[in-house]
Design a protein around this ligand. Structure first.
Ligand code: FMN
Length: 224
């Protein structure tokens, strides 16, 4: 029983310690660690056990540079769309400091967010078979497994969707990585050694997330 509890605690620690890491040292990720990350992905659940995921391990500097350019552009366009449709203003409504708000808008729309794919020593491109219905869920399960293994290994990673949103970027990625048309490129996971520790991003409290038996009935008697 206590051994089981220790395992549960260790698992929770890995889950809670995971952060999105966007700046990396130049230290390479060892082949042994890459194997463990890929094995974690392979063990993920998938609808009907279809295992539609496929992975491309990218270490080549030129290719990573191109991924960074496509990722930066994708982020820039996405956040610009958010900005012009005023969605970004809603998102930052709680931030009173106008200067900080302006700086955040500028940073997000700059085209630099997600460009860090170029700087990570390895990018793992997550692809999948388009004809599998549950592809987005299946690959998400695989990616989370990878992120947790990355954390357990003391490495850092970021799940990056920015280069995989716009059809024009999709075409660019397919060409760059020679991916066939029946395969979707879902996300790219930047992996490396973090340059510094990161504070956790805030999470909503459980009492705002969980209902009892039916929607709307609080599960928690007191704030959790
Ligand atoms: C589906 C998905 C897509 C994401 N895409 C990007 C991305 O394109 N660029 C980026 O910098 N971060 C991306 N992230 C990371 C999120 O911004 C991050 O998970 C979130 O801010 C919470 O921070 P944390 O991961 O450190 O807890 C993505 C995360 C998820 C789950």
């Amino acid at each position: 029983m206590s051994e089981l509890y220790t395992l549960a605690e260790a698992t929770m620690k890995v889950i809670q310690d995971r952060r999105s890491i966007r700046s990396f040292t130049e230290e390479p990720v060892s082949e042994e660690h890459i194997q463990m990350i890929l094995e974690a992905a392979r063990q993920a659940p998938s609808g009907e056990n279809a295992q539609p995921w496929r992975f491309i391990v990218v270490r080549d500097a030129e290719t990573r540079k191109a991924l960074g350019t496509i990722g930066g552009g994708g982020s820039g366009r996405r956040f610009t769309a958010e900005f012009v449709t005023k969605k970004m203003h809603e998102r930052f409504a709680g931030l009173q400091d106008e200067e900080k708000k302006k700086a955040a808008f500028e940073k997000l729309t700059s085209g630099n967010v997600s460009a860090f794919l170029a700087d990570a020593p390895v990018d793992i491109v997550v692809c999948g078979r388009k004809n599998v219905w549950d592809l987005p869920y299946d690959t998400s399960a695989a990616i989370e497994n990878m992120l947790l293994m990355v954390t357990a290994l003391g490495l850092g990673a970021c799940w990056v969707i920015a280069p995989c949103i716009d059809v024009r970027d999709e075409e660019r990625l397919h060409k760059l990585l020679q991916v066939p048309d029946d395969i979707k490129i879902v996300s790219i996971i930047a992996v490396g050694h973090p340059t510094r520790p990161h504070r956790p991003r805030p999470r909503l409290p459980l009492h705002e997330l969980v209902y009892n038996e039916v929607w709307g009935t609080p599960y928690y008697k007191e704030e959790a």
